[in-house]
Ligand binder design. Sequence first.
Ligand code: 13P
Length: 250
Amino acid sequence: MRRSLIVGNWKLHCTVVEAIALANSIRLAVGDPGSREVVIAPPFTAIYAVRGVICGTPIGLAAQDAHWEERGAFTGAVSPGLLHDVGCRYAILGHSERREHFAETDAAVARKLRAALAAGLSPILCVGERTAERDQGRAQTVVSRQLATALAGVAPETLPMVAIAYEPVWAIGTGIAAGTDDAAAMADHIRGRLAAGWGDAAGRARILYGGSVNPGNAGDFLRQDTLDGALVGGASLNADSFAAIVKAAP
Ligand code: 13P
């Protein structure tokens, strides 16, 4: 019922020339993804050039962030409407690196999420606990709070536009992925929170796992009924690795 969604987050990597080459390699390596949905998130500066490479292919484009206002005196910000205009259909919001290095709060993520939806972008909302929060047994509490704040006011008919990416902070870029049981348990918890707030619509929202996903472990995550895809960082910068992860999805 829910299509698998595999997203490559390129983070702060790739000049325009490098991005064109990587997108082209991914296009060739992925080939026909079948029913799977494949999305790549280049840095802002390369989005337009990458669009030209993947135009007419099943690969979609995401932004790595989006501002909450559409236009005005917001030096350095990029709005959801401008991202839609340049070819993005998704926006990654609330990534832990933005929360950590750019002091992004739950409230700011909530504003961004509503603005993205209003501009026709599908948010990929990142949630996840830090090491200390997990050690203190607060992982589910933290994720519940992040979800409740970011999704407040979202209508049930709109909820399925949002994909939730569970990315435990300690698993990002460390090579230490979460256990598949732990990731599945958190996905169940997330689905439960969505069902409590949005009823049946919860069954149509996709839940992804992110954090040190690679071709060796992707199948373990993607075979979990409760997980609908992956948000991939480092391994998405290599076309063969990323394509292998795509092919590991049902
Ligand atoms: P890695 O796959 O490099 O751990 O990064 C995960 C991530 O942050 C994707 O958004």
